[in-house]
Design a protein around this ligand. Structure first.
Ligand code: SF4
Ligand code: SF4
Length: 149
């Protein structure tokens, strides 16, 4: 990969390897969201998709995720206008908004663990939808924790 490729390339110009390296593994995109039908405002919950291994912040069936969970966000197939469905800390969203990667991003820190260390991974606060009744989802709306400084 070219050094600091994210500063010199559009998302659409990146190689597969570069694209994948942007994902920080936080799993925030695997949290269920609610949308206000009148205003289109989005609300994140602390409830995660049933296919997420919360402890490891990994999909249990990455290859078949779209088949098993039709609403799964495949970022590469999303239009830029749909990036609002991604958390504000997500590297794809940040770059699409002409922002820089934060210091804790693995491409900057050189350490995958830095994402967890600043509290961006969901393992510290997520609960699986396996344990939540759909009618209780509204009770789980949260402001996603800001990264620790
Ligand atoms: S929110 Fe963005 S950076 Fe985090 S896991 Fe999802 S795609 Fe990757
Ligand atoms: S299917 Fe996998 S990648 Fe998609 S939201 Fe669920 S856990 Fe995340």
């Amino acid at each position: 990969m070219a050094i600091e490729f994210w500063k010199n390339k559009q998302l659409s110009e990146m190689s597969d390897e570069e694209w994948e390296s942007l994902c920080d593994g936080c799993a925030r995109c695997c949290l269920l969201k609610l949308e206000n039908e009148d205003t289109s405002e989005l609300f994140f919950t602390n409830v995660s998709c049933h296919l997420l291994n919360i402890e490891e912040c990994r999909c249990k069936d990455y290859e078949n995720r779209k088949f098993l969970v039709p609403e799964c966000l495949l970022v590469k197939n999303m239009a830029l206008s749909e990036y609002q469905w991604l958390p504000e800390t997500c590297a794809y969203r940040l770059l699409s908004e002409d922002k820089t990667l934060p210091d804790w991003h693995p491409l900057i820190s050189g350490d995958k663990n830095s994402v967890k260390q600043v509290g961006v991974t969901v393992d510290g606060f997520a609960v699986s939808e396996d344990f939540i009744h759909p009618e209780q989802l509204e009770d789980h709306v949260i402001n996603l924790p800001l990264p620790d400084e």
